[in-house]
Design a protein around this ligand. Structure first.
Ligand code: H2P
Length: 792
């Protein structure tokens, strides 16, 4: 791909005229963003087309995921194409700043949290390493939702991210597929996005499906004054791909979710099968598995298993036996959590209403499972435990594990918990299927792009930029851990990134934050097990201590939060309100001399993360041990030099191992310790015995913080102290770990005070972050699961 200045200038002018009837210089910023993006797409299209043709006959893996949390693409694509500096200089000549243009891009926020961002990192890493990995997912027209705060409460609105123009995707009408549900037939229309490898010329594809009506408009109804009826079919079809995770508190919502899942996997599998037929002369599909490997990202796409069998059996006339064996060779399954809520279970009638034929096939698979386990010598009750169809429900994880070739967890600890507890019986039956693939993140987006200053520093220190492609070289940075001038230079960069974040904070919240204060950050999905509440209660504790004694802490602190709560998750929303209340009270209290500030940034998303990770001093990874499968934010922070204050959970364990516990702050009970405590756990006793904990908790009820009569704070209070229904009080051991967390927080001040020590710890975290590159993770998947060769 040879993209020169002249070619770019020519295309920029062309698209300005073609799209907007203006000259480039007269475009608005938003239009400029479109003209630049169109130019990039135009200049890379020939290569993309050629590669699609060539790769159609090569072995490929496909990542099936309900989420792809892509964020913005312009900056990253320019970086990967090796033309970031070129475009930057062209824009400068025209009087524009590239960052302003980048800010015009709406995030493609087609995901919820780590799971969706992992999928996006994987596609980028695969392209960068020359592996044929394509993504298949859904193009939600309204994304997840946009979050804003109203009186401190979370409120949501639709996210019409693609409404202006989404120049990165091409709608390929000729590849449309028809999806037949029991009571509805719709079209699946593909939108293709290029995934550019880092300076290697590779372009892979992410294909996202959008639902459309077969007949958009009923003329006769319209003519008979039934205006709603005339577009009913269109609306009902489009509802399928409007939002990610529609509310499933009612049956309609559940049905919508399972239909979404069936919709996208059916379209994707039809696509894969028809491409195979186009490119290979193999009517019996004998060699299909030599060309196709599919990774099921969590249980959402698992209905693809019976769907592939249906396609092969009913449409391609392959026997059930052969179809089933093909499925067993090509599917693989990743589990991302041990929480029950994520191991989807659908009632039989919902699957029947989606596709009765798929239900029949699931029952046929179930029969095979029973036979196979019986032949392995399993007893009836053991077999019953592993059944796919139980109590009139379909257990998607069981279906996935039985048919998949490989099953993986996403960090060592997590995979071990799967093997020894959650999926113990499955592991007993099929030990060879289980494997660990510790997550990773792409250093190109999360370090090289997000933190250009730090990346230049690394280039200078290492005397080369090879680490950008071969991230294992980052280890050489260790040499500078004792070098005072280098540490000083490094700390200056950190300061600059913190100042940049304070500007964003000021702009978006109006809060003044001191860039010399300690930036203590927790950004991630809001969930009880992630324990934002522990962080919040500790802030209240600190605040109470400061009210008694202004000098209780020496170093100023800024606590920064970002988190969305699922719209129907009352308690998570209660925690958001609590933190916003804490912020309101503390930020306005003159008594404490601004010693602590609390900031909750609205609508946390990829593009905001890019500003936050580089500016963080201490990264909060404080989940209840055993509950966070891996975490990936922890890795993004680490690559930018933040020190992890974390429990022995998920990938934190591996971070401590690689970067050294002495360079991070570990606290809290381990999984084993919690298991021991659990039967006799009494949070009320802790509450009664520790006056500061008591005061912090009582602040929920005393009126010190106000929840506007929503009873949210009562709910939080009760959740910590009272057992409700079948749930123990304080299920996530917030009070149990409080004391240890408090001590860990004290250590933060101590570490930060000593600049050289702090800088050294940060630098050593970066130097030891190579393992957490998704390049490493993808290599493991490619070699051990997908059996792909690199085309680099
Ligand atoms: C989940 C897990 C994380 C994991 C991520 C990717 C579901 O993401 O909880 O521990 O790192 O998948 O495997 P999240 O909570 O961020 O939505």
């Amino acid at each position: 791909m040879d993209i020169t200045k002249d070619k770019l200038l020519e295309k920029l002018e062309f698209f300005s005229n073609f799209k907007f009837n203006k000259n480039y210089n007269d475009l608005t910023k938003e239009e400029k963003f479109v003209a630049i993006t169109d130019s990039i797409m135009a200049l890379t299209s020939k290569d993309w087309t050629d590669q699609l043709g060539k790769k159609a006959r090569q072995r490929k893996a496909y990542y099936f995921s309900a989420e792809f949390l892509i964020g913005r693409s312009l900056g990253n694509n320019l970086l990967n194409l090796g033309i970031y500096d070129l475009v930057n200089s062209i824009l400068e000549e025209k009087g524009d700043r590239i960052k302003d243009i980048e800010n015009e891009e709406e995030d493609a926020a087609l995901g919820n949290g780590g799971l969706g961002r992992l999928a996006a990192c994987f596609l980028e890493s695969a392209a960068s390493q020359g592996f044929n990995l394509d993504g298949y997912g859904i193009r939600y027209s309204e994304g997840l939702f946009k979050q804003f705060f109203k009186d401190g409460f979370q409120a949501e609105e639709g996210d019409d991210w693609s409404s202006f123009y989404n120049p990165w995707s091409k709608r390929i009408v000729s590849d449309e597929k028809i999806i037949k549900f029991k009571n509805q037939t719709v079209k699946a229309c593909p939108y293709d996005m290029p995934i550019f490898g880092y300076k290697n010329g590779q372009i892979n594809r992410l294909r996202l499906w959008q639902a459309e009506a077969v007949n958009e408009f009923d003329f006769n109804r319209f003519n008979n004054f039934d205006y709603d009826g005339a577009v009913r079919e269109k609306n009902e079809a489009e509802d399928l791909t409007r939002v990610l995770y529609p509310n499933d508190e009612r049956r309609e919502g559940k049905l919508l979710r399972i239909k979404q899942q069936y919709f996208f996997v059916s379209a994707s599998l039809q696509d894969i099968v028809s491409n195979y037929k186009k490119n290979f002369d193999d009517k019996e599909f004998k060699h299909f598995h030599e060309y196709v490997s599919i990774q099921l990202n969590d249980t959402h796409p698992v209905i693809g298993i019976p769907e592939l069998i249906r396609i092969l059996l009913d449409e391609e006339k392959i026997s059930f036996e052969d179809s089933f064996n093909i499925a067993r060779k090509i599917f693989n399954f990743t589990n991302h959590t041990i929480l029950r809520e994520a191991m989807e279970v659908w009632s039989v009638d919902l699957i029947d209403e989606t596709s009765p034929r798929v239900l029949e096939i699931i029952q046929m698979i179930e029969q095979r499972l029973v036979e196979e386990l019986y032949n392995k010598g399993f007893k009836e009750e053991e077999i019953n435990f592993l059944r796919i169809v139980k109590d009139d429900s379909i257990h998607m994880a069981n279906l996935a594990i039985f048919v998949s070739n490989k099953v993986n967890g996403v960090a060592e600890l997590h995979t071990n918990i799967l093997k020894n507890e959650t999926l113990k019986d499955w592991y007993g039956a099929y030990p060879y299927k289980f494997t660990n693939k510790t997550n990773g993140v792409t250093q190109r987006r999360w370090l090289i792009y997000s933190n250009m200053e730090l990346s230049d520093f690394i280039d200078r220190k290492l005397g080369s930029n090879e680490w950008r492609e071969d991230f294992s070289k980052i280890k050489e940075l260790e040499k500078f851990a004792e070098d005072e001038p280098s540490i000083r230079e490094f700390l200056e960069i950190r300061k600059k990134k913190k100042i940049e974040l304070t500007e964003i904070i000021k702009e978006t919240t109006g809060i003044d934050v001191d860039p010399n204060s300690i930036f203590d950050v927790q950004v991630k999905r809001l969930h009880e097990y992630k324990r934002q509440l522990l962080n919040a209660l500790h802030i209240v504790y600190l605040y109470h201590r400061l009210k008694e004694d202004k000098n209780f802490i020496s170093e100023k602190r800024t606590f920064i939060f970002g988190a969305k709560a699922a719209p129907a998750y009352f308690r998570a929303k209660a925690v958001i309100k609590f933190i916003n209340e804490i912020a309101r009270v503390i930020n306005n209290d003159k008594d404490i001399d601004g010693k602590i500030k609390v900031v909750f940034l609205e609508n946390f998303r990829v593009s905001l993360g890019e500003k936050i990770y580089p500016a963080c001093d201490f990264s909060e990874q404080i989940s209840t041990a055993g509950k966070e499968a891996s975490g990936t934010g922890n890795m993004k922070f680490m690559m930018n030099g933040a020190i992890t204050i974390g429990t022995y959970d998920g990938a934190n364990v591996e971070i401590f191992e690689k970067a050294g516990e002495e360079n991070n702050i570990r606290f809290g009970k381990t999984v084993e310790e919690l298991m021991e405590i659990k039967p006799n756990y009494d949070p009320y006793k802790i509450y009664q015995e520790d006056i500061y904990i008591k005061n912090a908790l009582d602040s929920l009820m005393s009126g010190e913080f106000k929840d506007n009569e929503s009873y949210m704070f009562l709910d939080i209070y009760n959740s910590l102290l009272k057992s409700e229904g079948g749930d123990r009080a304080d299920r996530y051991f917030v009070l149990e770990d409080f004391e240890s967390y408090r001590k860990a927080q004290e250590k933060i001040s101590e570490v930060y005070k000593d600049e050289m020590r702090f800088g050294k710890m940060c630098l050593l975290n970066i130097a030891n972050s190579a393992y957490f590159s998704s390049d490493r993770t993808i290599r493991e998947y490619a070699e051990e699961i997908w059996k792909l060769e690199s085309h680099n």
